[in-house]
Write a protein that binds this ligand. Sequence first.
Ligand code: PMP
Length: 376
Amino acid sequence: MTVYLDNAATTKPCRKAVEAINEALTFNYGNPSSLHRMGLNAQLTVDSARKSVADALGCDASCIYFTSGATESNNLAVRGAASCYGKRKRRIIVSSVEHASVAETMNELESYGFEIVRVRPGAGGKFNPADFVNAANENTCLISMMLVNNETGHILPVKEVFTVLKRRYPDIVTHCDCVQGFMKIPVKASALNADMISLSGHKIHAVKGVGALYIRKGIRVKPLVSGGKQEKGIRSGTESVPLIAGFGAAVKQLTPTIGERFEYVKGLRSFLLEKLSGIDGVTLNSPADGSPYVINISAAGRRSEIMLHYLEQEEIYVSSGSACSKGAQSGVLAEFGVNQKDADSALRISMTADTTEEELEKFVLVLNEGIRKIKT
Ligand code: PMP
């Protein structure tokens, strides 16, 4: 039995997504910009996927721009808004636990002379909304905060911060990386008070290479690339109709069951934590009120990579830290107050609604065995 517990890294494409992709590859291979019927059919497929994503976010379809994934969406949002709004206002606020696609972009903007204020969590890994609000001033052009942390499942107080900021400084542009929240917890553009929202296809049972950026009407972003002005000039380049069709199909299928799946995965999380509590030395790095989809533990001082490969021999797949950095530590666990020894033995278990208790039981059994066999 394969036990795939690395769903924060990527998910298995669902049948609906694969079917939509096959359909587009086989029959609907026109270029959406072509003026003939095959072009129109391709355009209709893209528009239908755009509507599915928009419906899920509770926004107008005209606010959704397809990209190659959330790395591009995050770059487009942060660089694009900084270019348009950061000529005189040079301060940008960001959490200290962002994905590299935001964090590295901020480092680069800093090297161009932007003042980047990185807000850190307090004791217990909790972010205080007031710390973000107090970091803002009249000179601030942009704030970027993720909704759910990809390494630990911490949920950041995005709505609280954006709502207060918008009241105090209506001109600050608000961006949220919702990659690990979308289709798992309710994500509505207006409720979050977000001007821009980044999404990724392959984290929600579509495939790699497609994502989206929500851009609220009236918000300007400078495109990253110039060309044929597809996606209203925001993202030039022929649209990947099959990948976009797959993304739309996955979103459409998952939208009605967000609440149901959340409750199920919450149950799985309790089951897993209960089983893990029976193993000496295993500690939890995720908060009790985090996303149940992502659980970070430290495995009794056994090095993450050794344990990861031990589990792999039994066809159990987890991550050490996050998969994005090829196992290298990102520093995010330290930000959340995890000490170096525990960070060195951290494992990320990330689930989906397809995960079963039987799979978790196998994981716990083999983890326990690994702890007994692997030396500290
Ligand atoms: N943001 C977060 C929070 C993520 O977890 C990831 C994927 N690890 C990304 C952005 C990047 O997404 P993509 O793989 O679609 O570029």
